[in-house]
Design a protein around this ligand. Structure first.
Ligand SMILES: [Zn+2]
Length: 331
């Protein structure tokens, strides 16, 4: 009899432990909600520029100014040879065209348990609230800022630059509040405890910046994280094989790799399926940008560029202030 009770108790305890563990790990979103279609990757039709901001224009969270060693444009991080690498994906959105969301790309990262950082435009977050909240809620990922409507910080005036930064911060905070409310409603409030209250890292659209832009970010505690390895995945002719081959040749300890998750990356998801295991095979550990910054000393430059100083200035003529489709800028 005792044996039976004891057996039942063990079974009950096992069930309780299981349900406690299942409870503790229950995510905010169901797996089915994370799925996406190929259609979702496509951009919307061009429309009149939308100049409206977020529901609340100013962020509530005020961060301390950046420490001196994090000021400037960060290309990679000196890790003392530690083989860390940060995969980053931009979620760019202009004022006149809704961008897409590359669900298969995000699914590959989740499947391979690969940490990554997404630099999201504020307007992108507003037009993709559920996707933005899913990225925020996933402990694998970090969400950074990619300006409100992809403004060109090599051209914009101070006031507009500040607006591009602040509106995006405010939008993130609004979604963070919505996410907390949703998690509470679903009985998993604990799941969002680790989601940061405000964005800590920023990426300049078009790889363009200025001393004034860097100053504005530093005053707001935002690190300007650019890259030293460009997947160049927005080029339609670029194959997954070429992306993997070039990335494996260019990545070194502390590298920051740039790709796109807004539908403008073509073979990105396919490339990641090969690139991630290949990097791990070479002894690299994937980390978010903030984890990479904590692990070493940022290698900074006074200007922003792709592979050599000045090479992104060509975008000024093509994109102007950067916030509308280049077709509108044509004379
Ligand atoms: Zn961009």
């Amino acid at each position: 009899m005792n044996k039976v009770i004891s057996g039942a108790c063990t079974a009950l305890a096992a069930v309780l432990v299981w349900s406690w563990a299942a409870c503790a790990q229950r995510p905010v979103f169901e797996a089915s909600e994370l799925e996406g279609s190929a259609q979702e990757k496509l951009p919307g039709k061009l429309a009149a520029p939308d100049l409206s901001g977020p529901q609340r224009a100013m962020p509530r969270h005020v961060a301390s100014p950046l420490p001196n060693d994090q000021r400037g444009s960060i290309r990679r991080v000196e890790t003392g040879g530690r083989k860390l690498v940060a995969l980053t994906f931009d979620l760019c959105e202009l004022s006149d065209q809704r961008a897409g969301y590359d669900a298969p790309l995000v699914a590959v990262l989740r499947e391979l348990k690969a940490p990554a950082t997404f630099f999201a435009g504020g307007r992108w977050m507003r037009s993709h609230p559920e996707r933005a909240m899913q990225l925020m809620a996933d402990p694998l990922f970090e969400v950074g800022s990619h300006a409100w409507t992809h403004g060109n910080f090599g051209v914009l005036g101070r006031e507009e630059m500040a607006r591009q930064i602040d509106w995006t911060q405010a939008q993130y905070e609004l979604l963070r509040e919505d996410l907390a409310a949703l998690a509470g409603k679903r009985g998993v409030g604990e799941a969002v405890k680790g989601v940061r209250e405000s964005i800590a890292v920023f990426r300049f659209p078009y790889g363009r910046c200025s001393a004034q832009a860097l100053e504005l970010l530093a005053a707001r505690g935002l690190a300007a994280v650019q890259w030293d390895v460009n997947m160049m995945d927005a080029a339609k002719s670029r194959t997954a094989e070429a992306i993997v081959r070039d990335a494996l040749r260019q990545v070194r300890p502390g590298s920051i790799v740039l790709g796109h998750a807004n539908g403008f990356g073509h073979a990105t998801a396919e490339a990641l399926r090969a690139l991630i295991p290949a990097l791990r095979e070479k002894g690299y550990e994937l980390v978010t940008v903030s984890a990479l910054l904590e692990a070493g000393k940022p290698a900074t430059t006074a200007d922003c560029y792709d592979s050599r100083p000045g090479d992104t200035a060509v975008y000024d003529a093509q994109f102007g202030e950067g916030t509308v489709h280049p077709r509108r800028n044509r004379p």
